[in-house]
Design a protein around this ligand. Structure first.
Ligand SMILES: [Zn+2]
Length: 167
């Protein structure tokens, strides 16, 4: 006899949980992203997003359709929705990863470990949720000379609405 493997306390599901998480998703992200546990990130993110954002892995080059994105708009963190980059700092680096010469002010954090120093890079992560985004190198175009080489899977592009009349 095999007992049914039911238990209300371990209802495993990959779907976003309702309740606390759903509320958190509607609030300003900065206020709640830092409180998200690792298991919650696993639920919120796809497996591919999770290994990049939370485990610091790198997506395959040319795998992101944002490589060819040329419209005006803003690039947000796919995990917490913070705005990270703007389209007017995006450039074609030819590397196979979406590249920018500057982030939105205050949107990212930089870290430089020993390996990073050896290869001339710094790790780039989201200042709001701490998610790994990519690396920055010092071979970028003017005016900054920096190349933010970002995993496209960590970004969500929001095209600028034509005739929005933002002023
Ligand atoms: Zn984030």
């Amino acid at each position: 006899m095999v007992a049914p493997a039911f238990s209300s306390s371990v209802a495993l599901s990959n779907r976003p949980t309702r309740g606390a998480n759903a509320v958190c998703n509607r609030r300003p992200v900065r206020a709640c992203a830092s409180k998200v546990s690792d298991s919650e990130w696993q639920e919120r993110l796809s497996p591919a997003e999770y290994v990049v954002l939370r485990n610091g892995r790198t997506e395959w080059p040319w795998s992101s359709e944002l490589n060819g994105e040329k419209r005006d708009g803003a690039y947000h963190c796919v995990a917490c929705n913070a705005q990270l980059f703007e389209s007017d700092t995006k450039f074609n680096s030819g590397t196979g990863w979406p590249s920018f010469w500057a982030p939105v002010e205050g949107a990212i954090k930089l870290k430089e470990g020993l390996f990073d120093r050896l290869v001339g890079q710094r790790e780039v992560s989201c200042a709001s949720c701490g998610g790994h985004l990519g690396h920055v190198f010092r071979d970028g175009p003017k005016p900054t000379g920096e190349r933010f080489c970002i995993n496209g899977i960590t970004l969500r592009f929001a095209p600028k609405i034509e005739g929005g009349g933002d002023e």
